[in-house]
Design a protein. Sequence first.
Length: 230
Amino acid sequence: MSPAKKAKREQRRAGKAESAARAKRALEIVERLDDAYPARIELNFRNPLELAVATILSAQCTDKRVNEVTAILFEKYRTAENYANADPEVFQEEIRPTGFFRNKTRSILAFTQALVERHDGLVPDRMEALVQLPGIGRKTANVVLGSAFGEREGIVVDTHVIRVSERLGLSKESEPEKIEQDLMKLVPRDEWTDFGLRMIQHGRYTCTARKPRCDGCPVEELCPSAHSLG
DNA sequence: CTCCCGATAT
DNA sequence: ATATCAGGAG
């Protein structure tokens, strides 16, 4: 066998070992997050429609504030028809504290109008249908699928998951879709939904954006960034 | 890539 | 002062 071919084979072997080590480390991270955080959504909701609306409202806003707004909102708007027929001027004021209120009003009214027109007022339980709806991107679709329907079509990749995945070295990608693909390869499908929820908990309370609390972090030993961060 | 919104933590 | 907060559309 030629030296060149031999070197190539050795390189492949090393590559396999490396990816196996990466997979093992990922599973260890999954396990530790499982012990450290509840797989819990902090947005309040009682059905898929409420979760979809709450998730749209949650963009660039704390869930605490979203919950304050939806506590009142969900009593008035109980069906997709209720939202679809709402006066935009009035609705805008009702959700104003969540910020981006003009865009969110447009999104929610267009979303619910599309629900009435295309889906008999019901939130669809398939990714393909959800992302066709105005105001619903893949992130919101994954939230609704995973936590309202118990589906396992993907992993929620929001601002927290992007940051934590990068810091933990679980993905070197910058686009959310590609990060999601990397995570789906590393995490068992049964864990997809809960893993996303725990990554968000971790990002909110420990691996925070500004000043991460590496002391007491459940995955500190497994984190390549632990030293360079606070 | 920018824009949308304003409160809050650092 | 300014980066950030469960994003999506143009």
